[in-house]
Design a protein around this ligand. Structure first.
Ligand code: BJW
Ligand code: ZN
Length: 243
C-alpha cells in the first residue's frame, strides 16, 4: 500500500465526510441510512422543509443533537489530531460533518463547511450564531430573543451558500501550500463526493499541482479524479497511512 509522507516539507489539506463518523455510530447520509422516518433527508434539511414544517425540522435536529452528544471520536478522528500536531500550520481540516467530533477529538485547525449541530442562529435577523445543545421537545420552535422570529439550526442546507469566510480559509491554505515549494497533499476520507463545493476540491488541488488521496469504504462519485485510492474504513486506514 502507498504511504502518505508527512515530513517538514508537507502541506496537508484533509476533507472529511460522514464516513469518518460512521465508526462512532453516527449514520451517514446516502445509502441505507439516508432516510429519516421514511423521508429523504433533503425534506427536513432544506430551507423549503423548514418553511413548510419548522417543528419537524427541529425534531430532526434535536434527535441528531441527542445522538451526537452520546457518541465518541474514533481512531480516524485521532489520527487526524496526530497529523495536525506533527504539521502545525501546514495542516488544515475541512469537514462536512456537523457533529463536532473532530474538535472533541482535539483537532484545532478545523473548517466546519456545513455548519455545526450544536449551534443555532436566527432565520431572519443578524443575531450571530450561538452555542446551543438544547434538545427541544417535539412540536417546539424556539424564537429569537432579538427579533422574535424563528430560530434555526446553524447548518448549511441544500441550495444555501457556504460561509464565504470558510471557503476563503480553504483557498488561502491551498494557495500557501501550492506556492510553498513543498509537497501539497489533499486527502479526502469518508465522503461520497456527491455534494458540491466539497466534491470539487480535488480538482482545484490537482490543478494547483497537489497530490490527491481518497480513503473511502465504497467507490465515491468523484473517485476517478483522485490519484491514490484506498478502499477501507477510515478508522482502520488513517492510523496506519502516514509515514
Ligand atoms: C466510510 C465509512 C468508514 C461509510 N470509513 N468511509 C455544482 C455541481 C452540482 C450541484 C451543485 C453544485 N454546486 C452546488 C450544487 C447544489 C448542491 C449539490 O451539491 N447538490 C448535489 C447533490 C449535486 N450544493 C449545495 O446546495 C451547496 N450550496 C451551494 O453550493 O451554494 C451555492 C449554490 C446555491 C444555489 C444553487 C447552486 C449553488 C450546499 C451543500 C450543503 C450540504 N448539506 C448537507 C446537509 C446538512 C444537513 C445536516 O447534516 O443536517 O450536508 S447534505 C449532506 O451531504 C450533508 C453532508 O455534509 C453532505 C456530504 O455527505 P457525505 O459526508 O459525503 O456523506 P455520504 O453519506 O454521502 O457519504 C459517506 C461516505 O462514507 C460513503 O461513500 C461511504 O462509502 C463512506 N463510508 N463508512 C470510510 N467507516
Ligand atoms: Zn432574530
Amino acid at each position: 500500500m502507498d504511504s502518505l509522507i508527512l515530513d517538514s516539507n508537507t502541506w496537508l489539506l484533509v476533507l472529511t465526510g460522514a464516513g469518518v463518523s460512521a465508526e462512532s455510530g453516527v449514520p451517514t447520509f446516502r445509502g441505507m441510512s439516508g432516510l429519516w422516518e421514511d423521508q429523504p433527508v433533503e425534506a427536513v434539511a432544506s430551507p423549503e422543509g423548514f418553511r413548510k414544517d419548522p417543528a419537524l425540522v427541529w425534531r430532526f435536529y434535536s434527535e441528531r443533537r441527542k445522538a451526537a452528544a452520546a457518541v465518541h471520536p474514533n481512531p480516524g478522528h485521532e489520527a487526524l489530531v496526530a497529523w495536525e500536531r506533527h504539521l502545525g500550520d501546514r495542516f488544515l481540516l475541512a469537514t462536512q460533518n456537523v457533529d463536532g467530533l473532530h474538535t472533541r477529538a482535539g483537532s484545532q485547525r478545523v473548517v466546519e463547511m456545513h455548519g455545526n449541530l450544536f449551534k443555532t442562529r436566527c432565520s431572519r435577523c443578524e443575531r450571530p450564531p450561538f452555542e446551543d445543545a438544547t434538545v427541544y421537545p417535539a412540536g417546539a420552535v424556539p424564537a429569537c430573543d432579538a427579533c422574535g422570529k424563528q430560530l434555526r439550526p446553524h447548518i448549511v442546507w441544500f441550495g444555501e451558500y457556504l460561509d464565504p469566510a470558510d471557503i476563503q480559509r480553504i483557498e488561502d491554505f491551498s494557495l500557501r501550500a501550492a506556492t510553498s515549494g513543498g509537497r501539497f497533499v489533499f486527502l479526502a476520507a469518508g465522503t461520497s463526493g456527491a455534494v458540491y463545493p466539497a466534491a470539487g476540491i480535488v480538482d482545484q488541488v490537482r490543478n494547483a499541482g497537489g497530490k490527491t488521496w481518497l480513503v473511502n469504504l465504497d467507490p465515491a462519485e468523484n473517485s476517478n479524479r483522485f490519484e491514490h485510492r484506498i478502499v477501507g474504513k477510515s478508522g482502520e486506514v488513517l492510523p496506519t497511512l502516514a509515514k
